[in-house]
Design a protein around this ligand. Structure first.
Ligand code: GN1
Ligand code: CA
Ligand code: CA
Length: 268
């Protein structure tokens, strides 16, 4: 007999024995304990159970990434007036303005008489009168001595002859200048001095074209405004004539500055 058949025979025997042990009540000898029975059918569904106590919360997770920028909100209400700010730094100095002149002030009250001031004024007035007298008689001396007056200007000769530079120096040292007629009346006065006090000698005039050939000027630098040239003059003869002279008929000629001529000065 093979092993499978043998096993089946054992199972049959066991099953018969088991069956006999439950079908009759043997009183004579107790059998061995039987095996556990099979499970019964599933029972009805039970009532839901009661919730238990809440568990301990877990640890907080990591902070998530920032969300997208939301849409711009509406403008808020106007805020309250802020506190007064601190004073700013001092500004730069402004440009000088152009103001209109102010009106004339009111006349001040009459001051009290200053005795010293009155004394000084009286003294000055007497000195002015004295000087006027001196000027008057000195001018008369000049005129008495052959000088000539035209307006406020007085013409007088030294009677001597000098070159142009020295003649000019002589007149300046006396407080005048080498004569230079500005009009016909003055020209006549000089002509008269030449005849009456200079024996008809030619006299220098304070007029030259040393700076610009052909342009005659006074010693002040001003171009002449009156002229009385002899016909054909000025001719700058031999190209060496830069000074003006007056001849006995009152006419003018240009001639060399280094020659000697009568000195006639004018004072005003
Ligand atoms: C001539 O001739 P007189 O001496 O008067 C000249 C002048 C010269 C001068 C120089 C018409 O004058 O221009 O300045 O000699 N007159 C003529 O001494 O040529
Ligand atoms: Ca000349
Ligand atoms: Ca000449």
């Amino acid at each position: 007999m093979n092993p499978l058949t043998n096993c089946l025979c054992i199972l049959v025997v066991v099953a018969v024995v088991f069956s006999l042990s439950y079908s009759e009540t043997p009183a004579m000898c107790p059998g061995l304990n039987g095996r556990d029975g099979r499970d019964g059918a599933n029972g009805p569904k039970g009532d839901p159970g009661v919730h238990g106590e809440p568990g301990i919360p877990g640890e907080r997770g990591n902070t998530g990434p920032p969300g997208k920028v939301g849409p711009k909100g509406n403008p808020g209400e106007k805020g309250n007036t802020g506190d007064t700010g601190l004073a700013g730094n001092k500004g730069a100095k402004g440009e000088i303005g152009v103001g209109l002149p102010g009106g004339q002030g009111q006349k001040g009250e009459k001051g009290s008489p200053d005795v010293e001031s009155i004394k000084k004024t009286v003294d000055l007035e007497s000195r002015i009168v004295s000087l006027e007298k001196k000027v008057f008689w000195l001018k008369n001396v000049l005129l008495f001595h052959g000088g000539k007056q035209v307006g406020d200007k007085v013409f007088v000769t030294t009677g001597g002859e000098e070159n142009f530079d020295n003649a000019q120096k002589t007149c300046r040292e006396a407080g005048g200048r080498l004569t230079a007629p500005r009009n016909a009346a003055e020209n006549s006065a000089i002509e008269e001095i030449i005849r009456t006090k200079g024996n008809g000698k030619k006299a220098f005039l304070g007029i030259t074209d040393s700076e610009v050939e052909g342009t005659f000027k006074y010693s002040t630098g001003q171009t002449i405004t009156f002229q009385n040239w002899n016909p054909g003059e000025p001719n700058n003869n031999k190209n060496i004539e830069d000074c003006a002279e007056m001849i006995s008929n009152g006419k003018w000629n240009d001639m060399p500055c280094n020659e000697q001529r009568l000195v006639i000065c004018e004072f005003e």
